[in-house]
Design a protein around this ligand. Structure first.
Ligand code: NAP
Length: 290
């Protein structure tokens, strides 16, 4: 139950109405708190915040005593300037998806997408260390994963994107971490050329996402059974790419784990509590009607 002692974590973005975070995180808080009037408890709420209102929203949230703000598109880069200090992850990414309002009055920025992806892969028995990685995409998610996987000791990283220049700028940053990298346009030929020498294929494009659920960025004949295929799209959970990969005998990992561990990390950092990943997964499956 909400009370005058309830502590608040929030998520901000624009748009935000599609976010599963409040629903799954609150299910986990209820499981942790017990839903009793005696419990001070924690709650997560979502706010739609436009770019022009971002600074005011962050300062206001801090003034109201929120524990922290989870930050999503389009504010991840702009949020950096509103932090007093950046954790190493946020410094590496030049972006943050979590602001922790510390008790000493300081705002600390974190980037937890990469950590969440590595954690959800590890949970499924997929290790990034020494893996030959191919990432589809050149946006914010591709960048977080490429830089994190480089830090985690991937053997090399190939980036394939529709807009080659975007992937090239990610590759330039990966190279600075001392990891071999290559950029190709995203098409059937480059995929057929690259995937025979790939251990881990990651879809970090929005191809296959609702409502274009019949689309896949990869032709089925380029997939093979020695691959682990990770699709960070989670709506739908079983994307066309993951279905084709399973048919080809590949190991598959869906995108829900990344979302869940982003929530786990926010609760660890801002509230010092360990939320249940399995409670959040069950609630997300209900929300996605799987
Ligand atoms: N599981 C999670 O927790 C989680 C977390 C973050 C993101 N995501 C998902 O990851 C995806 C990418 O997110 P983002 O933040 O990186 O977005 P973004 O910065 O907007 O990047 C979008 C990417 O998708 C590519 N793309 C879009 N439409 C395409 C098409 N028709 N054909 C080929 N490529 C296309 C873009 O290519 P161009 O560069 O050529 O435009 C770009 O590489 C989204 O679906 C998002 O929901 C999931």
């Amino acid at each position: 139950m909400l009370s005058s002692r309830t502590r608040v974590l929030a998520i901000i973005g624009d748009p935000i109405e599609h976010s599963l975070t409040p629903r799954i995180q609150n299910a986990a808080w209820r499981a942790l708190n017990g839903d009793t009037a005696e419990e001070a408890g924690f709650v997560n709420v979502a706010f739609r915040v436009s770019s022009t209102a971002l600074a005011g929203a962050v300062h206001g949230a801090r003034a109201l005593g929120l524990l922290g703000l989870m930050v999503t598109i389009p504010h991840k880069e702009a949020a950096v300037a509103l932090c007093d200090e950046l954790d190493e992850s946020a410094r590496l990414m030049g972006a943050c998806n979590l602001l922790h309002f510390r008790a000493d009055g300081k705002t600390i920025g974190y980037s937890t997408d990469g950590w969440a992806a590595v954690k959800s892969l590890a949970e499924e028995g997929v290790s990034v260390r020494d893996a030959r990685v191919t990432i589809l995409g050149g946006g914010g998610a591709a960048r977080s994963l490429a830089l994190t996987f480089a830090r985690e000791g991937a053997s090399h990283i190939v980036l394939l994107n529709r807009t080659v220049e975007r992937a090239q700028s990610v590759a330039d940053e990966v190279l600075l971490l001392g990891i071999e990298t290559r950029v190709l346009p995203l098409n059937d030929d480059s995929l057929r050329q690259t995937l025979p020498n790939t251990d881990l294929l990651v879809n970090a494009t929005s191809v296959g996402m609702h409502p274009r659920e019949d689309e896949s960025p990869v032709p089925p004949d380029a997939l093979h059974s020695r691959l682990a295929v990770y699709d960070i799209v989670y709506n739908p959970l079983q994307t066309r790419l993951l279905r084709d990969a399973r048919t080809a005998g590949a190991k598959t990992v869906d995108g829900l784990g990344m979302l869940i561990y982003t929530n786990v990390r926010a609760a660890q950092i801002c509230a010092g509590h360990e939320l249940s990943a399995s409670v959040m997964r069950e609630e997300a499956l209900r929300a996605l009607r799987v």
